[in-house]
Write a protein that binds this ligand. Structure first.
Ligand SMILES: NC(=O)c1ccc[n+]([C@@H]2O[C@H](COP(=O)([O-])OP(=O)(O)OC[C@H]3O[C@@H](n4cnc5c(N)ncnc54)[C@H](OP(=O)(O)O)[C@@H]3O)[C@@H](O)[C@H]2O)c1
Length: 327
């Protein structure tokens, strides 16, 4: 069994800093190497987090000796290519959400991982947040009876320069793939692919979806009502309505530490379940554990789920008329 898992970071941008911070909290793992399109950026990042190796290209990163796993944090449009580059070299991959730009790209990644017998997982960190896991336990125990409706929102005011990737159709910008994916993750995780989808988007002058509203219809009159935005600050909460009560995942439902259960006969309960670091700590533990056990995918977040999630995102896109410059 490997004692220390050596991680590499491919594309040291904003989220990679948070990931590197949390990696420092994980026992039996360390940041081994950083790869950027700029050697200077790679060196700066490596020295900030104590990584011994820095490279001025993604290709060079993957030739670094003793690299066990790579965290891919490039813009969405790079995920498929960058994941396949790692997998072909036999290096395990944790790839940021959205896994890729569309289902056909996700299928290529999954096929490559399976062909090479190498670990691959989408970085849907919410799945591993302890409070989210507590909610799954409550639902499994039938805490609020049969589930009827899910509501979730994720809107923030993106005060970034107009050149930022979220406003750029060529980089897969827009609310749906950046934040709407979390609301769709919740519905798809609990209920799978819907029977019908209604969706509409408000497009920006730059050609990305500023906001998107969705209704998913499931058998037995179940509904998921979801919305996301890059121009509106919303509550970022989720509600699961059941026959006998409601579970609320408090702000931000994507990395919650608090959940409330209110029963319709008026009693309520509150659960505080702390997370570690920024919350990325928990998905890192899962990958390390899978690698130590010689697994090529996570049982807690299987690749077939990521395929289903992307199929649902593609379906929303078609319904809402969202078109990306790539994919
Ligand atoms: N899990 C989460 O909570 C979370 C949060 C935010 C973002 N994300 C995901 O993580 C990915 C990165 O997001 P981010 O906010 O970290 O983005 P970011 O700050 O823009 O960083 C992305 C990095 O990718 C590299 N890159 C490669 N090709 C690029 C291109 N054509 N244009 C711009 N940068 C390019 C750059 O690093 P070098 O040039 O140095 O190589 C850049 O620093 C996205 O897919 C996003 O959905 C996840």
């Amino acid at each position: 069994m490997k004692t220390t898992i050596n991680w590499g970071i491919l594309a040291p941008g904003r989220i990679a800093h948070k990931f590197a911070h949390d990696l420092q909290l994980v026992e039996g793992a360390k940041l081994h190497a950083v790869g950027s399109r700029s050697l200077e950026r790679a060196k700066d990042f490596a020295s900030e987090y104590g990584a011994p190796h820095a490279f001025g290209s993604y290709e060079a990163l993957l030739d670094c000796p003793d690299l066990d796993a790579v965290y891919i944090a490039s813009p969405h449009v790079g995920h498929c290519e960058h994941a396949i580059m790692c997998l072909e070299k036999g290096i395990a991959v944790l790839c940021e959400k959205p896994f890729a730009m569309n289902t056909s790209e996700v299928l290529k990644m999954v096929e490559c991982a399976r062909k090479n017998n190498v670990f691959l997982m989408e970085a849907i960190w919410t799945r591993f947040i302890p409070c989210f896991e507590e909610m799954l336990r409550l639902l499994k125990d039938g805490y609020i009876g049969e589930l009827k409706t899910i509501r979730a929102d994720f809107g923030f005011k993106a005060d970034f320069p107009l050149t930022h990737r979220v406003f750029n159709p060529a980089l897969g910008g827009g609310a749906l793939l950046d934040v709407g994916i979390y609301t769709i993750f919740l519905a798809t995780w609990l209920w799978g692919k819907p029977e019908r989808i209604k969706a509409t988007a408000v497009m920006s002058s730059l050609g990305v979806d500023d906001s998107c509203a969705m209704i998913f219809e499931y058998p037995d009159k179940r509904l998921a009502i979801l919305d996301c935005s890059l121009v509106l600050k919303t509550e970022i909460e989720a509600y699961i309505y059941g026959e006998t009560g409601t579970i609320q995942l408090h702000n931000r439902f994507i990395n919650p530490q608090d959940l409330s259960v209110s029963f319709y006969e008026k009693t309520s309960e509150h659960f505080h379940v702390p997370l570690t670091g920024h919350g990325y700590y928990h998905e890192i533990l899962e990958v390390n554990d899978c690698l130590r056990r010689g697994m090529t995918e996570s049982e807690k977040l299987p690749l077939d789920f990521s395929i289903q999630l992307m199929e649902t995102l593609d379906w929303v896109r078609r319904e809402a008329g969202i078109v990306y410059a790539v994919g």
